[in-house]
Every structure is written in C-alpha cells, then in structure tokens.
Design a protein around this ligand. Sequence first.
Ligand code: UDP
Ligand code: ZN
Ligand code: ZN
Ligand code: FE
Length: 321
Amino acid sequence: MEIRRSPFTGEHALVSPHRLSRPWQPEDFCPFCPGAPETGHGWDVLLLPNRYPVVTRSPPSPTQEELFGAEEAYGQAYVLVETPQHDVDDLSDLPLRQIEKVLRLVIKTQKEAEEDPRAIYFLFFRNKGREIGVSLTHPHSQIYVLPLVPTRVAVEMQYSETWYKERGRCLHCDVVAGETRRVVHHNEHWKSFVPYYARWPHEVHIYPKTHRSALTELTDVEVTTLADALKCTLCGIKNVLGKPMPYILVLHQAPLRQRAPHYHLHFEIYGMYRPDGRLKYAAGAELGASLYTLDTTPEETAERLRKAVAGCVTASGGSSR
Ligand code: UDP
Ligand code: ZN
Ligand code: ZN
Ligand code: FE
C-alpha cells in the first residue's frame, strides 16, 4: 500500500492491493444497513472507516526505486452512509433535512481532519449507479483525507492563481456572477450551471455565490441552502432522460487550513448518459489525450436540465424547501 506519482504528469496512483478482496454487489447482505456488524442501530447518518481503505493512519513503508520514490499512503478513508434506508435510489430522494444532516457530518469530519498536520486534502465524492461500477448500492458517499493535493485541483488552483495575480479577483467569482446562459438551478446562496467548458455529457457545477474556499467556511444558512441546491440539481439529472442517470459527484475545495482568495469551492457532477440515454465511456481521446468529445452543446444540455429541475420543484410541492 503506497502512493506513486508520475514524474511526467504529477498524477497519483493509490496502490492498495488489499482492495481486491472487497465485496461486489452482494445480493443477500449489506454492510451499511442498520444492524450490520459495523453499523448498529439508532442513527440517521453514519460515518464508517472504510474497511478497504486506500490510505491509513499507519501505512507501511513505501517501496523505493532508483528513479522513483513512492509516498506513504497516509490518511483516512471513510464511507458516509446517508440514510438507514437501503432502497432509496439517490441522495436527491432524501428529505432536505436528511441531506443537511449528511452535509453537517461531512463538515464535522473535515474540521477534525484539519487538526492533523499531515492531512493536506479533504476529498469528498459520491459515485452513483451500478453502470459506473458502484460496488454497494445503499446510499453512501466517500471521504479520502489525503497527504497530497490531487492533480486536477492543483491545476485548477494554478490557473485561478494566475488570474488572481493579474486582476486581483477570483476567477470563479467572475465565472459564477457572469453565468446566465447555462443556469440549471439557483437559490439565495448557490448557483448550478452547465459549465461553458463541460467535459461530460450532463455536467453541472454547483457554486456558492459568495466567495468560500472550503466547506468549513460556509455559514449555517449556506449549508441549509446547499441541501436544496444538491437536491434540486441531482433530481434534475435523475429525471432529464426519464431513467435514473449514473453520475459522479466530487467536491473541489482549497487544501486543508488554507484560506485561498483565488480558489472557490464547488461541486462538480458528471452525469454519464449521453443525450440518447447511452452510457458515455471515457476512451481514446478522453483517457489517452484529455480531449473531451460532446455530442451536444452545453447550452442545449442546460436547457433540458433546467426544465427537468423545474419539474422536480413542482413535484415536491412548488417551493424549494
Ligand atoms: N466497504 C466498506 N465496508 C464493507 C464493504 C465495503 O467500507 O463492509 C467500502 C469499500 O471499500 C468501498 C465502498 O465501501 O470503498 C463502496 O464504495 P463504492 O461502491 O461507492 O465505490 P468503490 O470505492 O468501491 O469504487
Ligand atoms: Zn443496506
Ligand atoms: Zn471566488
Ligand atoms: Fe473544479
């Protein structure tokens, strides 16, 4: 178990051979249901240490080769069980108050991670749908507390910093304020839109309208309204094609303990169906060359998603609460 880094691209691979033995979509037993060996009873949201972690508090010594030095796989991996109910399809199907509980548990976990000087980055993500390889369908998200800044975030931070140095403003604040054509949903504090620079067929980013670099900087009401932004946006993605869409959700934020005037937290959601309902695969161009191919414009995608979100709001009683 160790972390290897490409000297060519700076990208990391978390090498954890013990993960091969983890269970895969078992029919008869769910480790996240109430009453399972690690869960017990009497909870609404539950943070579990990942049984098959990619990083750990006491990692083994990494291998060293002449040209390469691996890093210790130091950190913590958690599973966040979002509801005791096994058969809920998606986060967006939970009541707002339950989504808010999930968010407050994430923030509490991040505050605890900040206390550890070796912890550098707090990665929160959620994989939805068997089609994209989810191994357990009980609603859950995941947290990796990492000893490094993931490359994609590092690259975003570099571009954002250059903009900030040249103009004295946060690039993300400018993008959010200027975004009108591709908006999918917004409330008092949050805006969801298909980015101009989308890479995936149903990609939506959710931003706080006020500059915040990390989840721990959100105000109380921003957490409450974030639950609404997530619920509405994910519901739109679920309904837009008339069948639940597999997606990946990931939080991009500044590294732990770093107040960044140039980097602005945001959720990125990649809905993985193409407009015709077929699964989009990352293949030659995407994986081999970081070249993304879209079969439709982000503007057209935004229009369809905006209508789908409007349908969700009506279905849930007309208000955003
Ligand atoms: N897992 C766990 N306890 C178990 C069974 C599985 O912590 O008893 C973890 C497993 O290591 C995996 C996660 O639960 O990381 C399920 O995650 P998901 O299917 O979203 O994606 P994966 O991490 O498998 O790609
Ligand atoms: Zn379950
Ligand atoms: Zn900003
Ligand atoms: Fe980002």
